[in-house]
Ligand binder design. Structure first.
Ligand code: ATP
Length: 314
């Protein structure tokens, strides 16, 4: 009976294995949507200056997402993109990384159209901290080193320290050898984001895209990381996508995107003076953060709250 049972087990395992292999080959046979041209050259970075020229884009033909968007990020400068949710902000970063090709207009870096250069050379020039970080089911050290495979341990540690995640890693019993779990599920959102920032710091790219890079962090950590990111983005051409406007006040230019088109543009002061959508968003966020600050103070000092504010104390 037992050998027969064993044959059943082996048979089942073999069938499962064959099915998995079939699925894997199906996946490998999928043609990538974005292909390099046969005569594609490597991107030559001199500035780098990024130019969006009348860019239009849709995922589905019956729903345009970006409509004639034009802007330029001069070498070493920072352009921030803000706007209501669903306006198309992350789509701009995906187009720049060439996950998709534009459906109208063009994007170029130092005068070279993204469609004419190899994807590998393009992506090696860009460091991206995305909205949802993908971590590999390996150690924290491996996940940071992925930014520049072969980097020395000191460099990995320096990048982790700069991204404010070093002290946390050192408190873990296994330190940099701690496994992060499937897709990084053993780390909190903020820790994952900091690992992604460390990875990008290690890569030291000439173009930086930060897509809501500090959205999962509390205000204090956000402030600390923001200063680290400011250092990283200095002299790098950067595109920063943000919900929290406090993180983009220092940007050289801020684009306010609404329904896939640029509704307002200018620096922080100029936009506040325009008293339009940006000023509205700024005032709303200031009220919310003041309320949060008040709540935090109350939580830190509940007795003070009773002393100050309740009839019982009077
Ligand atoms: P948020 O601030 O919420 O991140 P966003 O401005 O970054 O929003 P995008 O992610 O650029 O918005 O998405 C713009 C629009 O495109 C959204 O309405 C979204 O539903 C749609 N969209 C995004 N990705 C796809 C996709 N792969 N296929 C079809 N539609 C998509």
């Amino acid at each position: 009976y037992r050998p027969l049972n064993f044959i059943g087990f082996v048979y089942r395992e073999l069938r499962q294995g064959l099915t998995d292999i079939e699925e894997m080959f199906k996946l490998l046979d999928q043609a990538a949507e974005i292909q390099d041209k046969p005569d594609a050259r490597s991107l030559v970075v001199t500035g780098p200056v990024i130019r969006f020229d009348n860019v239009s884009f849709h995922y589905d033909p019956d729903r345009p997402i970006l409509k004639n968007v034009s802007f330029e990020v001069p070498a070493g400068k920072t352009v921030a993109i803000v706007g209501p949710t669903g306006a198309g902000k992350s789509t701009i970063s995906r187009l720049l990384y060439r996950f998709y090709d534009v459906t109208g207009g063009s994007i170029s870096i130092d005068g070279q159209d993204l469609r004419d250069v190899t994807q590998e050379s393009l992506r090696s020039a860009i460091g991206m901290v995305p909205q949802d970080t993908v971590l590999f089911n390996d150690t924290i050290g491996y996940n940071i080193e992925y930014g520049r495979p072969g980097a020395s341990t000191e460099d990995v540690r320096a990048a982790a320290a700069m991204a404010q995640v070093g002290p946390f890693i050192e408190t873990l019993p296994k330190g940099y050898d701690t496994p992060v779990g499937e897709r990084g599920l053993k780390l909190s959102g903020g820790e994952k984001q900091r690992v992604a920032i460390a990875r990008t710091i290690l890569k030291a790219p000439s173009i930086l895209i930060l897509d809501e890079a500090t959205s999962a962090l509390d205000t204090k950590t956000e402030r600390d990381i923001q200063s680290a990111l400011d250092v990283v983005s200095q002299n790098r051409t950067s595109v920063v996508i943000a919900h929290r406007l406090s993180t983009v006040v220092n940007a050289d230019e801020i684009l306010v995107l609404r329904d896939g088109a640029i509704a307002e543009r200018g620096n922080h002061t100029a936009l506040l003076q325009q008293d339009g959508l940006y000023a509205q968003m700024w005032n709303r966020q200031r009220e919310v953060s003041e309320a949060e600050e008040q709540l935090r103070r109350t939580a830190d000092d509940p007795e003070g709250f009773v002393r100050r504010g309740t009839p019982a104390a009077e």
